[in-house]
Write a protein that binds this ligand. Structure first.
Ligand SMILES: C[S@@+](CC[C@H](N)C(=O)[O-])C[C@H]1O[C@@H](n2cnc3c(N)ncnc32)[C@H](O)[C@@H]1O
Length: 268
């Protein structure tokens, strides 16, 4: 038994999630009750720690809860996006290489894909280290359902967890590594989520973040300003690093290509 969740209702109570829940070739439905009597449902292997849908602070966030966005997101946008945004040939394999190189998932380790959407990073980590356990967390059921389809097709066993990154149902220092691709720009409260990431990361763990920074070009700024109206935020590299610092991280490695920034953060 590898995954232990913290009860949202009582922070002293743990909920043990059996390994079978991560075995996506066998549908798992049921519920887990805490010793306090709180119950959390598991539907089709997706552990639901949220009783209701979160309130959407932006258009960008609400579209992630549409089935159609979840279905087309990875094929139509995600796999091509970095070549478009970096202005160079940047295939998804190159991003995965960096992710694995900087995260170095270990046998027996536990890793979190934070704001996972269709669990692209979670699946890449599991493929690189089949003996690690991976949790893909998102607050969109639609995205997690799509993640389930993709992970099952890849024969990748991962835990799928519906929870809010602003208040994660994990005890402090749970994870050996956290990865977060493209999510920072979409968060309604990035400081809170980064702070939570710092809390649940082990002292010797690392945090891989891919996010978009402010464009230098006037036309890029114009586009980013209009995206700001939909709730997407952009910072300069220095502003991003201030944000990381405020949440208790230091930058260990960082690469920027066009407006795409990859960081390896370590807790202070
Ligand atoms: C840009 S997408 C992530 C893309 C994905 N990580 C990848 O590499 O393809 C952002 C995701 O973060 C999720 N999200 C945004 N705010 C969240 C929060 N507070 N808690 C959990 N998930 C959140 C959204 O539902 C969405 O699926």
């Amino acid at each position: 038994m590898k995954l232990e969740l913290k009860s949202p209702a009582n922070e002293r109570i743990g909920i043990h999630i059996p390994d079978e829940v991560a075995n996506l070739s066998l549908p798992f439905n049921g519920s887990f009750a805490t010793t306090d009597g709180d119950e959390y449902r598991v539907k089709n292997n997706i552990i639901d720690m949220l009783e209701q849908d979160p309130e959407f602070a932006s258009i960008a966030l609400s579209t992630n809860h549409w089935k159609v966005t979840a279905a087309i997101y990875e094929e139509l946008w995600r796999k091509r996006s970095l070549s478009l945004l970096t202005g160079e040939d940047f295939p998804i394999e190159k991003e995965h290489e960096l992710l694995i190189d900087w995260t170095a998932p270990q046998e027996g380790g536990l890793y979190l894909d934070l704001g996972a959407s269709t669990a692209l990073y979670a699946r890449a980590l599991k493929a690189a280290q089949p003996k690690a356990d991976i949790v893909a967390l998102d607050f969109s059921t639609q995205m997690l359902e799509e993640a389930r389809i993709k992970a099952e097709a890849d024969e990748t066993d991962i835990f799928l967890l519906r929870a809010d990154g602003r208040d994660m149902p994990f005890f402090s220092k749970t994870f050996d590594g956290i990865v977060m691709g493209g999510t920072l720009n979409e968060l309604s409260d990035p400081t809170k989520v980064l702070y939570e990431a710092n809390r649940v990361l082990k002292k010797e763990g690392s945090f891989f973040v891919m996010h978009l920074i402010k464009s230098d070009a006037w036309y890029g700024r114009l586009l980013q300003d209009s995206m700001g109206l939909g709730g997407i935020k952009f910072w300069t590299k220095d502003e991003s690093n201030d944000l990381f610092k405020q949440a208790g991280f230091r930058v260990d490695k960082q690469i920027t290509r066009g407006i795409v920034c990859f960081s390896r953060l370590l807790p202070n």
